[in-house]
Design a protein around this ligand. Structure first.
Ligand code: BG6
Length: 528
């Protein structure tokens, strides 16, 4: 049973006017032949061009080790863009307009010599560009082990100077996750980057923040008088945050062995979702004010102690099973995975937030690969009303009505669902055992209401960097807090290897231990 809320399309301005155009700039995209650039970034640049959101003064300089001329790079980029999942309709004409603005420089970025060559190409591009501003974005899409030499050489080359706050032309640096692999390495990485650039020049990407529903979490609360007043311990019984994937490690066994689900998903994406849900509303929607509030919420998370470790965290690994009716191997059988690996591919955790708004409300967080469904959502479960309806309608003792649940669906089918109870038609209104009450859903979907495809996260984020809006990027203190929260959990796990690693069948909703974790507080995981 579902009711739909629809926005009237004529109330909406045409798409391009809803978003500001980027400043004129050159994006120096390092690692341009790598997986991320080919699968996502180049396609998102193309989408921005097609939506008229790139300045006429935009150019892209791809950099990677392979020697290539501009023509070969354009051909490589064309292949990537035309087959990119993020691209909504590829057309030759708009591609031709864009490709003339793509350039390439080949070389090893860990060696200082290549920066002179990049400088020469930049001078060439900037001299020929429409618009006079020589703004630059350096996108560091490179593996962690080359990060340090690249940042050092880039800074020494003078191509990316540290600039004062209102400087134009501006220089911005995009840093991709992982931001370290522990508190110590995260701090060292921040020190390295902030030793060369000012914080406001640095854009740390957590692509979950670019997802439409994630951005909507703040707006939803701020704009709706019926939700913000109940967003607290008086009315909320628990919060569940799920990021479930059906994919396995997809050929990334080597990376995943050193990472696992906590470093890969929880330290960053899930803690960001938690922070956005739990934070106080900022006084203005400005990057630093939003980030200050997230930091305060993360700081209020109760530190774990010896008892908590055992009761509040569950780890497991997928065993062979079926996903979407297809047999799939277990994690230990994946390429580049150690046959006795204890790297978790699933984790469930409980966090308590010790502040006035949330004291006593458990926040349950889970993420895993090879689960039953691909779904990311934040579910707010409300307390039962004081009026004991279930007693009045004569439900069997102990049975309860379904609680109201507000679900913010991050993906797929982004939107919001509100679950409430309604009288099933037919039974007499007299409060007799015959009266039936059933949960129904009131559903809002972005696609139905606004009719348009949502912009992929990277498209939103790239445009924000061109505009200079850092709201959807993580600040150094958020990164460090993420590690402060997860490091003790990881350390406890390392010190206490399981006698036998708990497993779950691929295609299930995780191990029984995960259900036990939430059951202890009287809740059940949703199976969306
Ligand atoms: C990445 C992780 O950050 O997020 C991947 O490294 C994961 O392991 C991915 O699959 C999930 O992103 P999305 O947007 O598909 O939910």
């Amino acid at each position: 049973m579902a009711l739909s809320i629809k926005a009237h399309p004529s109330q909406l301005p045409p798409a391009p006017t809803r978003r500001e155009r980027g400043d004129p700039c050159t994006m120096i995209l390092t690692g341009v032949t790598g997986d991320l650039a080919r699968r996502k970034l180049l396609g998102c640049v193309y989408n921005l061009h097609r939506a008229h959101l790139l300045s006429d003064g935009f150019a892209l300089l791809g950099v990677d080790r392979l020697p290539m001329d501009d023509a070969s790079f354009r051909e490589l980029a064309r292949k990537a863009v035309s087959s990119c999942d993020e691209v909504r309709g590829f057309d030759e004409e708009s591609w031709r307009e864009l490709e003339g603005r793509l350039f390439y420089a080949g070389g090893d970025l860990t060696q200082p010599e290549v920066y002179a060559q990049i400088g020469a190409r930049l001078a060439e591009i900037e001299a020929g560009r429409l618009g006079s501003e020589k703004n630059r974005i350096f996108y560091l899409s490179v593996p962690p082990f080359v990060f340090q030499p690249i940042v050092t050489h880039l800074s020494a080359s003078g191509l990316a100077p540290r600039t004062p706050s209102d400087a134009r032309p501006w220089v911005r640096v995009i840093v991709e996750k992982p931001f370290g692999s522990s508190l110590a390495t995260g701090v060292a990485l921040n020190d390295l980057v902030l030793g060369k650039f000012a914080e406001r020049q640095v854009y740390r990407i957590d692509h979950y923040l670019g997802k439409e529903t994630v951005q909507n979490v703040i707006v939803f609360r701020a704009a709706n008088a019926i939700f913000e007043p109940v967003w607290n311990r008086e009315h909320v019984a628990s919060v569940q945050i799920t990021a479930a994937e059906t994919v396995g490690v997809e050929g990334r066994g080597k990376y995943y062995e050193s990472s696992g689900v906590v470093r890969d998903m929880i330290q960053n994406h899930l803690l960001q979702l938690l922070a956005l849900t739990a934070m106080e509303l900022p006084t203005r929607l400005e990057a630093n004010l939003v980030r200050d509030e997230k930091v305060k919420a993360l700081r209020a998370i109760r530190p774990w102690d010896a008892d908590t470790h055992a009761a509040w965290a569950v780890r497991a690994q997928y065993a062979a099973g079926h996903v979407k009716d297809r047999p799939v191997p277990g994690y230990r059988q994946e390429p580049d995975v150690f046959p006795e690996s204890t790297t978790p591919t699933f984790a469930a955790m409980k966090f308590m937030i010790d502040n006035g708004r949330w004291r006593g409300v458990p926040f349950f967080v889970r993420s895993g690969k090879r689960l039953a469904k691909r779904v990311t959502e934040i579910a707010i479960e409300f307390r039962h009303p004081a009026y004991r309806m279930e007693e009045l309608v004569g439900l069997t003792p102990g049975a309860a009505l379904e609680p109201n649940v507000l679900v913010m669906r991050v993906q797929p089918n982004d939107g919001v669902t509100l679950r409430f109870d309604a009288k099933v038609p037919g039974a007499a209104m007299a409060l007799t055992p015959e009266i039936e009450v059933a949960p129904v859903d009131m559903d809002f979907s972005y696609a139905d209401a606004f009719g348009a495809d949502l912009s992929p996260a990277y498209e939103t984020l790239l445009l924000d960097v061109m505009i200079g809006d850092a709201t959807l990027f993580t600040r150094s203190d958020e990164v460090e807090l993420g590690w402060r929260i997860t490091d003790p959990i990881l350390a406890h796990w390392d010190a206490n290897p399981p006698l036998q690693m708990p497993t779950y069948s691929a295609g299930s909703w995780g191990p029984p231990e995960s259900h036990a974790l939430i059951d202890r507080d009287g809740f059940r995981w949703r199976e969306p």
